[in-house]
Ligand binder design. Structure first.
Ligand code: HEC
Length: 316
């Protein structure tokens, strides 16, 4: 049943003053849709309101063209990867990069995300990598915080998106969210960065270490989701490792280091990328072939060797 037909349902799948979205010919996912929608270059798109969509990272020109056709004006990435700013800008789309983890996010990030959705031109498209877990968690929490959905309505949309019940932290962010006063949103950080980079080598290494630990657990589970870490998305972990290493490679302080140091960082990034490429070939939860598993373990040994080579030459 449509939300509007139920008198007892709290109203407002949207802000009362939400502008009529500039919708193009392509059918825009509806807040009543019982299943996610795919479009060229976009997967798993679910509406959390008339002008708040959640979905996968836009892929190539097709993905950004699909967003444009839906009238989207602002893209918010909650993924760690660096956004494709060139493709967004060439279509006049604003990008905001506010990464969140798989375990949920703190109040500051919640208010920042909510303020971005309230204040920037809509419709907005919120994405992570696959568009199932983190983007849905963010969209759910934000729409409750803005008072546009009840926690029950938002959780129902998260389920439509396929957000795994194992991400209890993401669900908790939504169930525990409450509508906040405008003044609280006005006090939230409105820097809205188009790209968030880890701050410097030490923080980057700490992030790399965490991700690498996760990947070791993935390897131990035969390159699948570890039973004791059902929240891990193997390909996304490898992608994050590659991203962080690439960001460090491009860091000014790292560029001031010896050429050999930079080469080791670049090699480590390439190795992590090779690992992501193999993991990304797999369907969610699928086991790799014995051959691919062997290849991935060989790459893992090379990654460890590169970490050690750099540490013994430049750190220890
Ligand atoms: C190109 C060089 C280089 C590569 C490659 C590299 N590291 Fe590092 N790492 C460093 C340096 C330099 C430091 C010391 C930073 C400092 O304290 O200023 C460091 C520090 C660390 C630290 C300590 C952070 C802290 O709390 O102070 C950890 C953990 C770490 N690296 C893990 C890794 C892992 C895991 C890999 C491989 C996946 C890796 N590093 C690859 C250069 C590198």
């Amino acid at each position: 049943m449509a939300l509007a037909q139920n008198a007892k349902t709290p109203p407002a799948a949207n802000a009362p003053d939400a502008p009529a979205p500039a919708l193009a010919a392509a059918p825009v996912p509806s807040v009543d849709a019982a299943a996610p929608v795919d479009a060229p270059g976009l997967h798993n798109v679910v509406a959390f309101g008339r002008d708040v969509l959640s979905g996968s990272m836009p892929e190539g020109d097709a993905g950004f063209d699909s967003l444009k056709a839906w009238g989207v004006q602002t893209i918010i990435s909650v993924d760690g990867a660096v956004p494709d700013l060139a493709r967004a800008k060439s279509r006049g789309l604003r990008y905001v990069h506010l990464p969140i983890g798989y375990h949920g996010f703190d109040d500051a990030r919640k208010l920042e995300l909510s303020r971005a959705v309230r204040d920037l031109p809509r419709p907005v498209y919120i994405h992570c990598h696959h568009g199932k877990h983190r983007s849905a968690g963010a969209a759910g929490t934000v729409t409750v915080t803005l008072g546009w959905l009840t926690p029950d309505q938002a959780v129902a949309r998260m389920k439509v998106a396929g957000a795994s019940p194992s991400y209890t932290g993401l669900y908790r962010c939504t169930t525990e969210a409450v509508k906040v006063a405008d003044a609280a949103l006005d006090a939230a950080d409105a820097g809205f960065p188009e790209v968030s980079r880890p701050a410097g080598l030490v923080k980057g290494m700490v992030a790399i270490d965490l991700t690498w630990d996760n990947l070791k657990a993935v390897q131990k589970a035969g390159w699948t989701v570890p039973p004791d870490h059902p929240d891990l998305v193997p390909a996304a972990e490898a992608g994050r490792l590659a991203d962080t290493l690439r960001l460090l490679r491009d860091d000014e302080a790292v560029k001031a280091r010896p050429v050999e140091f930079q080469a080791l960082m670049a090699r480590n990034a390439d190795q992590a990328q090779a690992l992501e490429d193999l993991l990304a070939k797999l369907a969610a939860g699928a086991r790799p072939s014995a051959e691919d598993a062997e290849r991935m373990s060989a790459i893992a040994s090379q990654i460890t060797a590169t970490c050690k080579a750099c540490h013994s030459a430049y750190r220890d």
